[in-house]
Design a protein around this ligand. Sequence first.
Ligand SMILES: Cc1cc2nc3c(=O)[nH]c(=O)nc-3n(C[C@H](O)[C@H](O)[C@H](O)COP(=O)(O)OP(=O)(O)OC[C@H]3O[C@@H](n4cnc5c(N)ncnc54)[C@H](O)[C@@H]3O)c2cc1C
Length: 633
Amino acid sequence: MNFDCIVIGGGHAGYEAALASSRMGLNTLFLTLNLDTIAQLSCNPSMGGLGKSQLIFEVDRLGGEIGYATDQTGIGFKMLNTKKGPAVWSLRTQIDRKRYRENIRKTVMNQKNLSVKQEEVTEIILEDENGSSFTKTQKRAGVNKKKAIGVRTRTRMDYFAKTIIVTTGTFLNGLIHIGLHHHSAGRMGELPSEKLSNSLQNIGFELGRLKTGTSPRVDGKTIDFSQTTTQLPDSNPANFSHLSKNFNPPKIACYITHTNQKTQELILSNLDRSPLYQGIISGIGPRYCPSIEDKCVKFKEKESHQVFIEPDGLDTDEYYLNGLATSLPADIQIKILHTIPGLKEVEIIRLGYGIEYDFVFPYQVYPTLETKRVENLFFAGQILGTSGYEEASAQGMIAGINAGLKVKKHAPFILKRDESYIGVLIDDLVTQDILEPYRMFTSRVERRLILRQDNASERLMKYGVKFGLVDKTYCEKMEEIKDKVKLKLKKFKSQRVAPEIINPILRKHKSAPVTQSITIFQILKRPEMKWKMIESIIEPLETEVSSKIELHAKYDGYIKREHELVKKVKSFENYKIPQEFDYLKVSGLSSEAYEKLSKIRPITIGQANRISGVRSADITRLLVALKSKALIN
Ligand SMILES: Cc1cc2nc3c(=O)[nH]c(=O)nc-3n(C[C@H](O)[C@H](O)[C@H](O)COP(=O)(O)OP(=O)(O)OC[C@H]3O[C@@H](n4cnc5c(N)ncnc54)[C@H](O)[C@@H]3O)c2cc1C
């Protein structure tokens, strides 16, 4: 059977990749271990949050599915960081776990050009130089390999395609730990993927081992909510997707409680039963998302840690205890919970656990996510060392689009660092040493003032339209709003308000009164003044327009400076470095820079510049070497 594209794995990277490639017109085959777990949220039932919401907005504007499915199945939306500048505003929502799965599965099953099969892929089939396929045995016999042409399944079926995208998440040689016991699994209750890892290793990919963990889930009927603090979602929530209309999601609360000294003592006295502290888990876990045992050991002075009690869905009494990820034994897990207010009599439905899995060091892929070693083979998601649904979805989108472009023989699609969070994510992956699961933070983004969730449409929708993934009417609407904002901004920069009209409003909102007339723009520039406060003295505008005007007024100066800086950096950012370039020829290059550059093989000077251990002096020497060889002007 011949396809244009095969996507392996039904997680967040997989469904985005499969949908993008089939929507670009590629005859796509989607193979996954279990059809019923397509789009499973393996860990917490939530989407978005700091650094991650921007990824959802961006994937949505490129034509991906995560934003729309989140709007459809979210049950408690909240805009975070509103007290800080818009650069870090982040939308987050609780998700109905079951409905999210069902929603994506329905979309996938109804997608034109997309065939779905429940299969375990065990091997990547490569083409030899004469054009015929060969397998592992042939490879051992010394057959040279260059191109991926298909996959083999556990049922001994072979499927062939022009491009293959691997998105197997935590499943490669997955090993679950609860206390000192462990067993093979991809996720709790799901089979691991054991053979594919060998196939990738045999091809020559460098694989490593990472670890992540999840919290216990409990029966809501046994929680004493009166002992917790209620956290309500926004009453008038914002949504993620440009496709959502008449947005009015359920507004379900979360609850907050805290661990205490008793919890701490219990955990510290049971570390001899912790696989993490007994050296049984060798994979490296995420520093930013530590297990509760890690928090108690590393922050001994901190007696209390916050725990969010998050609803798992509308039709279930199950709650997820965010902040209590653990791989301690079952009897200790329940004792830990019983030390916490509100959870003193709680019953565990699903235990927390740790999981170790193989990943592919991401220096082995180009920014298109195609591998350097094997043509037409792409990786995306947790297999590349990331953690998180949003990070996986973003990579799936890029791999899917690039597979589409490759089959159509079009130029590849690479988002830049200064135009998107996705660009930052992928650039970091392909240039940095990934030693622990990578997740997105706003702090990783140099141009966060420019790359906001509110302007994702202006930045990226043009690409979605270009690839046929976004209807151009949305882009036209966005252009209309942009024009309107420009026009009104010009007007408000000259439209003045007399002191007798504005001063009562300024006084009411504790803003200094004026002695002479002031422009609308100047009023909005004041941090304490909001559009809503002066609405009564100006013409009414749609929220989409007024919010952008307010943002411009408050942050125009900073944004302009950011744009100037971006221009400067750009002047050398895109200088290309030939892939075969011999770094030994660069005189004076530090040995660390030599080692990193030769291993990672960045494709531009900009990428080389961001590799940790490569200093600016190394970059200058590299530029001189490239110039002397007339490789750049
Ligand atoms: C225990 C646990 C804890 C986690 N904790 C966090 C956390 O704290 N914070 C966070 O942000 N993220 C966390 N995650 C990670 C988050 O779930 C993932 O980052 C995200 O789901 C990755 O998406 P993915 O598409 O790469 O892979 P997954 O969602 O893992 O999907 C992989 C898919 O591939 C399929 N598959 C695997 N092997 C094969 C094969 N050989 N053939 C066919 N199909 C195959 C599987 O069936 C599955 O559908 C956790 C995950 C787990 C399991």
